[in-house]
Ligand binder design. Structure first.
Ligand code: ATR
Length: 277
């Protein structure tokens, strides 16, 4: 019997999740159906309720419903609690299990696919919104030498640094501040988790932040060479990446959580890659 899954959002036409999960199902021999579900604003709970009533087994959640899903869940995983947002749900009877796989997907892409260990490295993350919240604990679990969070609104970065410091299991120094606080400090991996790239803007990052051999990673996907990646390239960074691998890896995490089998992501990443030009 076919098990049904969906991605819910508004808009939803742009979502790559059906393509990704259908590819994973084919590659692993899983009998699933996966559709796009457009819900009206304010209509999240009703749409999910109808999907569950029809036997739906799980869902991915995209904008603008990640907070609605957080409120709707009965069982929030620590990843979702720290992120303050949910991107995957699993339905079991009355229970709604909820996860956020974005951060773990990001780290898997960096360490496993790009071959760039974070352990012992100096890591900088730009932005203090939902994307950063999701990435913090998975990055800290890699035991970097230190982690800096910088944000346009400085207080948000300071709050997040404090929160991450409290929740991490290790003792990685975590520092939060503004772009001006960076001075000439250089990092081995710089992640752009701001939404600046969506409007082709550039966070006020000094080029000196990129250490020789650094990785510059844009969490947004499919935007080509964003202003952030261009800055990195002009600073001499040769390892540039966007969020295509993160997208494929967070989907693989959800797929494994639902189906108990881990798909290989290489083909999907290749298929969805947009050249960084
Ligand atoms: P997301 O869920 O994608 O992280 P968000 O929670 O709205 O989205 O957060 C967006 C982040 O991008 C914020 O950290 C925001 O900075 P502020 O907190 O100061 O608003 C950051 N951001 C957006 N546009 C930016 C820009 N042009 N330059 C620098 N930071 C920017």
């Amino acid at each position: 019997m076919t098990d049904h899954y969906a991605v819910i959002g508004n808009p939803i036409e742009q979502s790559k999740s059906p393509l990704i999960h259908t590819a994973y199902a084919q590659a692993t021999g899983q009998d699933i159906g996966y559709t796009k579900l457009l819900a009206p604003l304010g209509g999240f709970a009703a749409a999910v309720g109808a999907f569950r009533a029809a036997g739906g087994r799980g869902m991915n959640v995209t904008a603008p419903f990640k907070l609605d899903a957080f409120a709707y869940a009965t069982d929030l995983a620590p990843s979702a609690q720290m992120a303050g947002a949910v991107n995957a749900m699993k339905f079991e009877g009355d229970k709604v299990h909820a996860e956020n796989f974005d951060g773990v997907g990001l780290v898997r892409d960096v360490v496993h696919n790009l071959g760039c260990p974070l352990q012992g490295r100096r890591v900088l993350i730009l932005g203090a919104g939902g994307a950063t919240r999701g990435a913090l604990l998975p990055i800290l679990a890699q035991r970097p030498a230190e982690l800096w969070i910088v944000n346009r609104t400085v207080a948000k970065a300071q709050e997040l640094a404090q929160l991450a410091g409290q929740h991490q299991t290790g003792s990685v120094p975590v520092r939060g501040g503004g772009y001006a606080d960076l001075g000439t400090v250089a990092f081995d991996a710089v992640f752009n988790a701001t939404s600046a790239s969506l409007t082709a803007e550039l966070p006020p990052l000094p080029a000196s932040a990129f250490a020789p051999g650094c990785l510059a990673y844009e969490l947004a996907y499919g935007k080509g060479l964003t202003p952030f990646l261009r800055l990195a390239q002009q600073a001499g960074v040769t390892q540039l990446a966007d969020g295509v691998g993160m997208l494929a890896e967070q989907a693989a995490e959800a797929f494994e959580w639902w189906r108990g089998v881990r798909p290989d992501t290489a083909d999907v990443i290749q298929q969805l890659t947009v050249p960084l030009v």
